[in-house]
Design a protein around this ligand. Sequence first.
Ligand code: HEM
Length: 185
Amino acid sequence: MKGVVFREFLDHAEAVFGVALVDQVLETADLPSGGAYTSVGYYDHEEMLALVGRTSELTGKSVRDLLVGFGSTLFRSLIESHAQKGVSHPFDLLERIHGVIHRDVRKLYPDAEVPEIIVVERVGEGRIVVEYRSARPMADLCEGMIKATFAYYGKDGDYDIIRLDNDCAPLREARFDITIGADTD
Ligand code: HEM
């Protein structure tokens, strides 16, 4: 996983829980890299899960809540650094991830590890069904990123999550059945 994702997680945790907590996480998480993440480096995703796991132990927040919350920050950062011209609806963005956005990421950074995010059904501007599959168990992060698309485009959205794997925690494969309501403004 790209080092920039690790850096984003640490910045997010610092903003939410403070620098002292992040220092404690880094000192006690027993990380192979030692926690010195450079934006251009790549690190084992297990290390990200170790960071989140230690943050969970020290704060009492669940791993799921931490990943969903981080998804929101990560989405903002990614969309701000890779503006998607002409996209004004969350569903149009979700439809672009597999064939355009993550495909370009793989072209630019051959070592990047992006998940498969496939639209299986779209019903106009009101409902879309998306499936997440990854070698990494980060469906909760995906959930946070999906939620963030609603706010970003000023929509009210809701979703059901259907597990596609058996008893895998954290979740590695999931279907999101998403509905969008009226504009929030
Ligand atoms: C402008 C929009 C986006 C850009 C530029 C982008 C780019 C990236 C990049 C660079 C990574 C890290 C790859 C690595 O660590 O090797 C990543 C991972 C990821 N992306 Fe995207 N992404 C975008 C939007 C989205 C959206 C909207 C979702 C969810 C609906 C999403 C879901 C994920 C997830 C869950 C991961 C973590 C890796 C995994 O689960 O296997 N991305 N993306």
